[in-house]
Design a binder for this molecule. Structure first.
Ligand SMILES: [Zn+2]
Length: 462
């Protein structure tokens, strides 16, 4: 009922062209991304120098429909850029990576620029450029990105600095909003790989939030617009990530930028990028971001956003933290604490760290045991059926695929089989919650002794 009333009064995007121009479908955009994207395979390796290099390349193409300007500098003096496209009356503000270790959307923005460069003559792109003026800030927090940390060089969470404005990066974002008075904003983030959607939980690739501007989570014209936009994004992404789109908690956060921008007259859609079940999740997640951004801009430009049903957003399951990176089910667990083995599920969490070695930026992934026992209520980005297998602290000399038959049957193997207290005869840690996951998944059955899988507590991602 509320929506019906608002819809009658919703003039937010009525200035926009209503003539339908054939827009690319989500599947079409996804396959176009496959062949034309410029984003790197590992987005955490994109530092400020790489953003600058890519901006420089954009500036070389003087006929591209892109305008670059430096809007200021980070605390440590790194340039922050506004890449603008379009000349239309409807102003949009997009920013990425205000949290330094959340870079997927920065990569996707460069794919959007590439799309505009290559397809500038297509009617749908022309319509976007004619109808909208889109300001994009790729990497708002370059100092945090340099360290691959959430916060800026002061240790500030910029997304809790909208009111005090103590970070130069926060001041830039506020100034940009006040100068442009955009009609809508996009705040682009990553969220943890534990994030899930629905019950039973499924890893959530993307979470959407029509950002609230008050504790009552009232719906005004601006929020109705971002709900409609969220519906457009949901319907665009769901075919590419079935069941993996969630809704982010819409509690009002008085210190956050999205909430305050919405209050100041620029309603904000938050897009959070979560986990994806591939060993290198960055490319497929950058592709989802690309499709989301292009489809949302198309919908604003051709007016189809006005026909999107906000209930499609409201009906999304709210995201929860019910996931592990790796969930091994129904496995024999050897803790290496001198107790008998038992059967259960094991949940491992993954985290990413950027380290510098010989001046090179390198990405590492860490694995920790989060939980063990009956974990049926949890999801896994990867789920391994451990039935008939044994999970234990790894023997450092083992490698995946090794045949354990080569080992002389020893008391520890017999102890596992008989479920007697086990002491492993090699230097190893313990399989317990909060411990690093240096583990082996082994098939100890007599006819196929085999090291099925080794999990490393820390590994370089290449
Ligand atoms: Zn964030």
């Amino acid at each position: 009922v509320r929506y019906a009333l608002l819809a009658a009064a919703a003039l937010t995007v009525s200035v926009l062209a209503q003539t339908p121009t054939p827009a690319r479908s989500p599947a079409d955009l996804a396959s176009l991304w496959n062949t034309e994207h410029v984003s790197p395979a590992i987005s955490p390796l994109v530092d400020h120098a790489e953003v600058k290099r890519r901006i420089g390349l954009l500036q070389q193409d003087t006929s591209a429909p892109l305008r670059v300007r430096e809007i200021g500098k980070s605390l440590e003096g790194r340039e922050i850029f506004d890449v603008t496209f379009g000349t239309g009356p409807f102003v949009v503000l997009v920013w990425s990576q205000m949290h330094g270790d959340e870079g997927t959307a920065t990569s996707a923005l460069f794919d959007v620029y590439e799309y505009l460069r290559r397809h500038r003559d297509e009617p749908a792109v022309q319509q976007v450029l004619r109808t909208l003026t889109v300001h994009t800030v790729p990497m708002l927090n370059p100092d945090g990105a340099e360290r691959w940390q959430r916060r800026n060089a002061q240790g500030l969470d910029l997304n809790r600095d909208a009111l005090l404005l103590q970070g130069p990066e926060s001041q830039l974002l506020k100034r940009l909003r006040d100068e442009l008075n955009p009609r809508v904003g996009f705040n682009l983030h990553n969220e943890g790989w534990k994030t899930t959607s629905g019950r039973p939980p499924v890893p959530a690739a993307i979470s959407l939030l029509s950002v609230a501007y008050d504790d009552a989570r009232s719906v005004n014209e601006g929020r109705l617009l971002t709900k409609r936009l969220a519906a457009v994004v949901r319907d665009s992404l769901e075919p590419l990530a079935p069941g993996r789109i969630a809704k982010y908690d819409d509690a009002f956060e008085v210190r956050a930028f999205g909430d305050n921008l919405t209050k100041w007259g620029t309603p904000v859609l938050l897009i959070e990028t979560g986990p994806w079940p591939e060993a290198n999740p960055d490319p497929p997640l950058a592709r989802l971001n690309f499709v989301a951004i292009v489809r949302a801009l198309q919908a604003l430009a051709d007016g189809s956003v006005n026909r999107a049903n906000p209930a499609r957003y409201d009906a999304l399951a709210q995201n929860e933290l019910l996931g592990f990176y790796i969930k091994i089910t129904n496995v024999t667990i050897v803790t290496n604490t001198g107790i008998p083995p038992f059967t259960g599920d094991v949940g491992l969490d993954a985290n990413r760290r950027v380290r510098f070695a010989n001046g090179q930026r390198k990405l590492f992934q860490t694995l920790n045991v989060n939980d063990l026992g009956d974990l049926r209520t949890y999801a896994g980005v990867f789920v391994i059926d451990g039935t008939g297998l044994t999970l234990m602290p790894a023997n450092p000399s083992w490698k995946e695929g090794d045949s354990v038959a080569a080992f002389v049957p020893s008391p520890w193997e017999a102890d596992i089989e008989a479920r007697r207290p086990v002491t492993l005869p090699w230097q190893a840690g313990q399989l317990l919650p909060a411990q690093p996951a240096e583990l082996a998944l082994v098939n100890l059955h007599a006819d196929s002794y085999r090291v099925q899988r080794i999990f490393h507590a820390m590994e370089e991602v290449k």
